[in-house]
Design a protein around this ligand. Structure first.
Ligand code: AMP
Length: 274
């Protein structure tokens, strides 16, 4: 696996990839786990060349969030990415991605300002901006994202549509621990006691899905909220939404249940199609 730390070297690698080969791209913030590796393996199976990026993007963190303490494990990540089938790894510095004077940003409007966007102001502008930069540097044919971050996928798809990026967005299913907890780089923050309580998010989603089917979405939201509170987890939101707009769902259409909640000081998100 080849590494590139500068945009120039990544572009050189990209240019060396012969025309006609299909390039798959898996953007990550590192601290790779099975969720990331499943995306890399899918890209490997579907594409001729696989590029993984590892970049902890400062602009998607709020001022009181965990940018400084976000887990970083470059050596292990490189070994795991290689084993999962990556051909190239792009590891830019913050200065490389945001040189002095960089001022342009991407904003996807209302979709980026609700739910996760309301709780984390500026988060999705940071995501859309860095994904736009990465797409322009790597120029993938297909880019792989996990359903775990469902609103992020909707934001990226909106940006791709609105700005005519020539890339297919491929969605991988959420990889979970055996007790249902969605894998996340942030799970390492949890104490043993918090780790046990963190399964409440998935339990609430499953209970919510059952309630949505039998009693409707208002009851589903109540069931999720109450289960989280009962288990000592502090919900930010527990909602039933349209999977594309993240607005109120059409009762006859698909319903996505989305939760953000704090377990101790760790903020976790998860979702499930009802
Ligand atoms: P991150 O490093 O957290 O920015 O995530 C990089 C990519 O991996 C994103 O597309 C995430 O949605 C995806 N991802 C994170 N956790 C999981 C998971 N448990 N299952 C599947 N994909 C995931």
């Amino acid at each position: 696996m080849e590494k590139a730390r500068t945009i120039e070297s990544m572009r050189k690698l990209r240019a060396e990839v012969a025309r006609g080969l299909r390039l798959g791209f898996v953007p990550t913030m590192g601290a790779l786990h099975e969720g990331h590796l499943s995306l890399i393996r899918t890209a490997r199976a579907e594409c001729d060349v696989v590029v993984v990026s590892i970049f902890v993007n400062p602009t998607q963190f709020g001022p009181n969030e965990d940018f400084a303490s976000y887990p970083r494990s470059e050596e292990d990540d490189l070994a795991h990415a290689r084993e999962a089938g990556a051909d190239y790894c792009f590891l830019p510095s913050v200065e490389e991605m945001y040189p002095p004077g960089a001022a342009s940003t991407v904003s996807v409007g209302e979709l980026g300002a609700i739910l996760e966007g309301a709780d984390r102001p500026g988060h999705f502008d940071g995501v859309a901006t860095v994904v736009a930069k990465l797409f322009n540097i790597v120029q993938p044919h297909r880019a792989y994202f996990g359903h775990k971050d469902a609103q992020q996928i909707a934001v990226v798809k909106q940006m791709v549509r609105d700005l005519y990026f020539d890339v297919d967005i491929v969605v991988g299913t959420t990889v979970r621990e055996s007790d249902g907890l969605a894998m996340s780089s942030r799970n390492v923050y949890l104490s043993a006691e918090e780790r046990a309580r963190a399964t409440s998010l998935h339990d609430a989603l499953r209970a919510g899905a059952e309630a949505a089917r039998s009693d409707g979405i208002d009851i589903a939201e109540k069931v999720m909220w109450e289960l989280l509170v009962d288990r000592g987890v502090e919900p930010s939101y527990a909602r039933a939404v349209d999977p594309e707009t993240f607005r109120d769902p059409d009762p006859s259409g698909p319903i996505l249940l989305v939760i953000a909640a704090r377990v101790g000081t760790t903020r976790l998100i998860d979702n499930l199609l009802a």
